[in-house]
Design a protein around this ligand. Structure first.
Ligand code: AMP
Ligand code: ZN
Ligand code: FE
Ligand code: FE
Length: 274
């Protein structure tokens, strides 16, 4: 039986390549029943995703992915958001502005590395979306500096890499609080990225963290088992998804390809704030 749940994916509202309609149609055609659209720092795709989902008999959970920092990058997913909230939207706008502001600095670094790209072209590729490194990678590929998006990350854009530019980020605890303030459930994304996992789990669980991504992307059985154990230890829900971006970035897990147990949805809903 193929899975029916995928709780991590991106659209053209951030750094995915499929627009919301294409993404939801693809999900329905693959037999998915419940999906979460988790664009970076934006809820711009959610209204349309829910609408198309309703038409196609697909439950779309209004979601987001926030970038926090604590001894390295820590991504926090938010599920079941009451996202129509002025304060929340103002904060997201600020996060997107920091993404935009670092854009010219990345362009500068690339020029210094002998790979000039136009900032205007990057903005064109992003097309109003929450701008991210994949948009720069796309522009580099277009110019022939790299063959694939993955190569752009491996050689230049990775964290601390020659073309990497940091931006101001909130802490994981602040990200959890922000999500909870709009009635959402916060989940720690792709925990293999996280450096001080135990400490960060202790702090965020105290703040109300509801889950940890366990059935994620290419995670093998051993990795899944490790995070299942942590989920049990901290009494949080083991969630998961593909982190599908739609683009050719080599080795990505396709939409719905990552099996996530159906019961995760019920376990999450049981934790919704009354
Ligand atoms: P940013 O949000 O601008 O810091 O960019 C981070 C995003 O880049 C991630 O959310 C992924 O979508 C993408 N990304 C990070 N590492 C890689 C990689 N090695 N290959 C392809 N995409 C990546
Ligand atoms: Zn992304
Ligand atoms: Fe992420
Ligand atoms: Fe993601």
């Amino acid at each position: 039986m193929p899975g029916t749940v995928d709780l991590h994916m991106h659209s053209t509202a951030s750094d995915g390549t499929l627009n919301v309609e294409e993404l939801v149609r693809l999900a329905a055609s693959l037999g998915l029943k419940t999906i979460a659209l988790t664009d970076h720092d934006t809820t711009a795709g959610l209204d349309a995703a829910i609408l198309f989902g309703n038409k196609l008999g697909l439950e779309v959970i209004p979601s987001i992915e926030l970038s926090a920092e604590d001894n390295g990058e820590v991504h926090i997913l938010g599920y079941f958001l009451n996202y129509d909230n002025q304060e929340f939207q103002a904060k997201l706008k600020h996060f997107r502005d920091t993404r935009f502001n670092r854009g010219e600095l990345i362009v500068q670094k690339l020029a210094e590395l002998g790979m000039p790209i136009e900032w205007a072209r990057v903005q064109e590729i992003a097309n109003g979306a929450s701008i991210g490194r994949p948009h720069f990678a796309e522009a580099m590929k277009e110019k022939g500096y790299v063959q694939t998006i993955a190569e752009a990350f491996e050689k230049y854009l990775y964290n601390g890499g020659p073309a990497f530019v940091d931006r101001e980020k909130i802490t994981p605890v602040e990200a959890v609080q922000l999500i909870r303030e709009v009635g959402g459930l916060a989940v720690l994304a792709h925990p293999t990225w996280v450096n001080d996992l135990d400490r960060i789990l202790e702090e965020t669980v105290q703040t109300g963290l509801a889950g940890i991504e366990t059935y994620y992307g290419h995670y093998d059985e051993e990795t899944v088992a490790r995070f299942l154990e942590l989920a049990q230890k901290y009494n949080i829900v083991p969630t998961g998804g593909s982190d599908f971006h739609g683009r050719d970035d080599g080795g990505q897990v396709y939409l719905g390809e990552r099996l996530v147990p159906d019961e995760v949805i019920g376990q999450l809903k049981a934790r919704l704030q009354p």
